[in-house]
Design a binder for this molecule. Structure first.
Ligand code: NAD
Length: 315
């Protein structure tokens, strides 16, 4: 579910490479390469009859990645709050119910680092995102509140109806074939685009003072984590992220360095979310034995090259 999106379309490819039969569902086709799903359904998962049709008793596993989603420019302005909460919650309510009714044994749900309380992420050098710090809850966006609700709902379905559940809290996943323009793009692709579009000696704008920190996880690592969690006995919720924290200005400098250009950075007011965020991978290391293989510079080189090619093809 959400198989036309960034992570979903990569996950379909991964599952096909591993030899599985895959059904993919989304409102739209994958944007950048044709789907590799064996059965492809364009459908709206807010519609319970669509969910009832695509969740069939012969499925071994469901990966639920569909969500009303975007970067800071989409999530943190407040303008999309009602859609974010209503649409994503409806998809999850329909999915949990259909999975149990059809007797599907196992479901993966993609939650987010955005569930973590704002009060633990005020200090850019010392954010706390350990799994057991989620409560008392105070996510800084309605997107985070919906994820927290849906995490709890999937675990309730496990307790009451026995379905096996795996919940991961993704931290900023990036890579080729991610949204890079149009308003829903996230920081890695957005900064790559700005750098690629700007001529030598020019200036790029970065939202906030640039001292806010984040970590970013390369898509291949994310998929390794999802598959390892799904095959493990551990249900989560667990972080799937990188512990390589960087300030946004240093991140922009890294991308400028990869481009080989000489550009200046101007910090301007803009939506930016919490001051600091970093994954804490102790739990997944211990329970699942997973950790990322790509460092940020390597993953960003691959991503910059891909975004730069899109920018070039557009102009
Ligand atoms: P994405 O927006 O590229 O993919 C989500 C897909 O869901 C889209 O293709 C969209 O069309 C589809 N969708 C939305 N509403 C739908 C509906 N009503 N019916 C059918 N399909 C619908 O996002 P992504 O980056 O691939 O993220 C996948 C999941 O991981 C999401 O649940 C997201 O919240 C979560 N997540 C992602 C990140 C990240 O950094 N990318 C971080 C934390 C959590």
């Amino acid at each position: 579910m959400g198989a036309g999106g960034f992570i979903g379309s990569h996950l379909v490819k991964r599952l096909k490479r591993e030899g599985y039969w895959v059904r993919g569902v989304d409102l739209k086709n994958p944007e950048f390469s044709p789907t590799q799903a064996d059965d492809w359904v364009i459908g709206d998962l807010r519609d319970a009859t669509v969910v009832d049709r695509v969740v069939t008793a012969d499925l071994d596993e469901i990966y639920q990645l569909a969500a009303e989603m975007g970067g800071a420019g989409y999530i943190f302005t407040g303008e999309n709050d009602a859609d974010v909460m209503h649409n994503s919650a409806t998809i999850n309510l329909n999915t949990a119910d259909a999975a149990v009714k059809k007797g599907v044994k196992k479901i993966f749900y993609s939650s987010s680092a955005c569930i973590y309380p704002e009060y633990n992420q005020m200090d850019p050098d010392n954010p706390k995102c350990t799994e057991n710090t989620a409560y008392p809850a105070e996510p800084d966006s309605e997107y985070g509140w919906e994820k927290l609700f849906s995490e709890r709902m999937y675990f309730a379905y496990h307790r009451n109806y026995g379905i096996q559940v795996r919940v991961a809290r993704f931290h900023n996943i990036y890579g080729p074939e991610g949204t890079w323009t149009g308003g829903r793009e996230k920081a890695p692709a957005a900064i790559c685009r700005k750098v690629a579009e700007t001529p030598q000696g020019g200036n790029i704008e970065i939202w906030g003072d640039g001292k806010q920190t984040r970590s970013f996880l390369y898509i291949e690592d994310c998929l390794d984590g999802v598959r390892a969690l799904m095959q493990s006995d551990f249900s989560g919720p667990v972080n799937i992220g990188s512990e390589e924290m960087i300030s946004i200005n240093d991140f922009a400098k890294m991308i400028i360095g990869i481009s080989g250009k000489n550009l200046h950075i101007t910090n301007i007011p803009g939506p930016q979310g919490v001051r600091g965020r970093n994954s804490d991978n102790d739990l997944i290391r211990e329970k699942v034995g997973w950790e990322p293989k790509f460092d940020l510079a390597r993953g960003m080189k691959l991503t910059y090259e891909w975004v730069a090619k899109q920018v070039e093809n557009r102009s």
